[in-house]
Design a protein around this ligand. Structure first.
Ligand code: GRF
Length: 201
């Protein structure tokens, strides 16, 4: 049986990538990570990927026109037979071209209970707003920012003594659990999308 080939796109630390890599290694997610890609050649996550023996690639993204850049990225993915893309702290908006090429096959994780607090500094937004429950969301990527159909969410209660760091750390723990779980569900293929709803069969 052939397993689906994944690419992980990251820009920073890479802890979600590590969680996914662990889940693949342990057989929880039946897939192969064919490429770890970054728009930041110095991203610590790339270094971790190299150490773990994954193929990596980087193309410095700054100043490049979005679609022209993404055409290069998609070429790298296609050349490796990549069918699924997991964004894991990838800090560059995807072009319509990229999304069209991998429609319904791109996942992202965001550190809030979407649709609350999309965009940057989601944990700070949650604290500033004063919500009592924060969390994280794994969703399909479409042309909207953090707005595609939701696959899975996890709730993290906000404590009175939380600051941005403590809250982000507890959310991150849940991210590491949720992302592999959501990926496993989706790769299993037993779901349908009705409007915005992802319904598991
Ligand atoms: C995570 O909080 C993720 O939800 C957000 O960016 C952060 C990436 O962290 N999209 P890491 O690089 O996976 O450690």
């Amino acid at each position: 049986m052939t397993v689906p080939r994944l690419a992980i796109l990251l820009s920073g630390r890479g802890s979600n990538f590590e969680a996914l890599a662990r889940a693949v290694r342990d057989g929880m997610v039946p897939a192969e990570i064919a490429l770890v890609f970054s728009n930041r050649p110095a991203a610590p996550g790339l270094e971790i990927a190299r150490r773990l023996g994954f193929e990596t690639a980087a193309l410095a993204g700054s100043g490049q026109e979005r679609e022209a850049y993404d055409r290069q990225v998609v070429e790298l993915l296609r050349a490796r037979g990549v069918e699924w893309v997991c964004l894991a702290g990838y800090m560059r908006l995807l072009s319509g071209y990229f999304i069209e090429q991998y429609r319904g096959k791109i996942l992202n994780i965001h550190p809030s209970l979407l649709p609350a607090f999309p965009g940057l500094e989601a944990q700070k937004q949650a604290l500033d707003y004063g919500v009592k429950f924060a969390g994280c969301t794994v969703h399909f990527v479409d042309e909207t920012v953090d707005g595609g159909p939701i696959i899975a969410q996890a709730i993290v209660p906000v404590r009175d003594d939380d600051d941005e760091d403590t809250l982000a750390a507890r959310i991150l723990e849940q991210e590491h659990r949720l992302y592999p779980e959501a990926l496993r569900l989706v790769l299993g293929g037993r779901y349908r999308i009705e409007g915005r709803r992802v319904i598991m069969a």
